[in-house]
Design a protein around this ligand. Sequence first.
Ligand code: WT7
Length: 660
Amino acid sequence: MAANPSEKKETQFYYPSEAFVQNAAISGMNAYHALCRAAAEDYEGFWAELAQENVLWHKPFTRVLNETNPPFYKWFEDGELNVSWNCLDKNLVNGNAEKDAIIFEADDGTVTKVTYRELHRRVCKLANGLKSLGVRKGDRVVIYMAMSIEAVVAMQACARIGAIHSVVFGGFSAPSLGERIENAGAVAVITADMQIRGGRRLPLKAIVDDALAMSESHTVKNVIVYQRTDEEIPFDKGRDHWMHELMQSQSEICQPEWVNAEHPLFILYTSGSTGNPKGAQHSSGGYLLWAIMTMRWTFDIKPTDIFWCTADIGWITGHTYNAYGPLAVGATIVLFEGVPTYPHAGRFWEMIEKHKVSIFYTAPTAVRSLIKASSENRQFAPEQYDLSSLRLLGSVGEPINPEAWLWFYKHIGKERCPIVDTFWQTETGGHVIAPMPGATPQVPGSCTLPLPGLSVSVVDETGQELPWGQGGILVINRPWPSMIRTVWGNDERYKTHYWPEELGGKLYQAGDGAIRDPETGYFTITGRIDDVLNVSGHALGTMEVESVLAAHPMVAEAAVVGKPDDLTGESICAFVILKDELPQGDQAKSIASDLRKWVSKEISPIARPKEIRFGENLPKTRSGKIMRRLLRVIARGEEITQDISTLENPAILDQLRNSL
Ligand code: WT7
């Protein structure tokens, strides 16, 4: 549709206050443009300077970027460092030793604080403990824990000895956990007896036991268990160790293992458009550099800040902006065990008041659910709390709709705090497109402009750059330090998935669609262009859910599509064909409920379909391909206007449409 210029609404910008600009690390758009120019003029020089100034190297690098074997790019490849050294030891000698590193608030409100000195001590002890069990540099360690100081200790301890961690979100089921343990070839698992969320105790160790029992590879020799509760749990004396017992006799000194900049720091599994999850492999040097830079640039971090990122350590956001970035810049973080609505929907605001949080980084889903909760019960409205400590807000995981943005801006930031809407992915390691809060004028619903050093474009199906105003495929034009290095154990999948031939093989394809504003060039993310759904900011592969549904004894076939959802951004709608005849009424309801439980158990509650529709068949082309675009239309309750001439069985559409 051609836009009529006279009808185009003036873009409404939101500017940082004069005071914010003056105190910001990057002040004003001239400073932003100067950094972008520096990167454009001498790309390697730009990154080399940042890496020399912001990362502590045990052995300085002499080579910056190695592009000889695309897309297997290497950064700072002859440099040596240790990430845990950069996050901890550095803070023992620069005046931060007695500063709080972590303020932990438990589900029941109990607060525990650890200083940098204490965190360092615990990390060294656990690192020595791991070594005593034979865990070595390059070994994989799966961490299956809830939000806790110990989870950060576990990640840092792995980094200290050069072991590669793979954190699996505590909401994943035994089969999902087992699949990841197996794919990573883990030698050890670090877990907890239980996790506590929203007043409920949920097993972790028991799920690890199940996952290991299912696994056929038997690589795991040791399971280390953090004792969170007094619950009795099964214990295999030959394999299981209490974390506190393992640490007890260990030395408080652990010399870090110096690793090459390209040494994998971690693997983090992310959903792909095909069945099994991909292990995104990240580096040590480049990843750390961007974690640090984005703390300084996007979050404008100051020594006095109290930084609260609500993301679980099981996701990339919890890695970069809880376990690594903030510690590497000597910040104090808040770590929260519980959920935003327990014991009441004012919990987030209460915690901001209590801990004097100054930077608050959360997901649009959380914002939307709290808008709803506060309109239903004024007692939990943000107005009931003192939020004056806040100076900066952030959003991550999915597009933030302008209504939610404005509410966040007015009711939480009191029109005083800039909002950084940060677009990025597991694979990018850190922010890609985001405002610099002391420079970039913000526009609700737009993540604004790429950070300096990141060259981002919108292209067509052949890789040609599109003019502003035309929607297309979001790509990153050049390798950057914090990028994914490969898919663990599957170089081919990395290459074909992220560097598609159709785009020329030299562009990183994010998997999202985007459009740039015709006047400002600001980016708006228009959603995934592959079969990945985004539910509450969590990426989920449609195929993953489909194959689990299809594995249910009653199910013959299933197709899954996304549907816009006011609260979770997108929700899952499943179309299911049973082996038996079409179920009706209560029977259909009960089967649907069983299928939901099944998906929860097999993958995670996040993957549970909100809507399940039964039919006698799925709409297919004559060649047997499921026509998902039609299913999307049906799920949305819209009229079908598309061409259905290639459809094998048009009558099925009515049946599926009326199946609710
Ligand atoms: C996908 C990545 C980045 C950490 C959390 C999710 C979507 C993420 C935004 C944003 C619009 C966003 C994209 C992306 N996404 N942030 N600010 N605006 N969309 O990590 O699980 O790897 O998912 O989340 O679709 O590709 P992830």
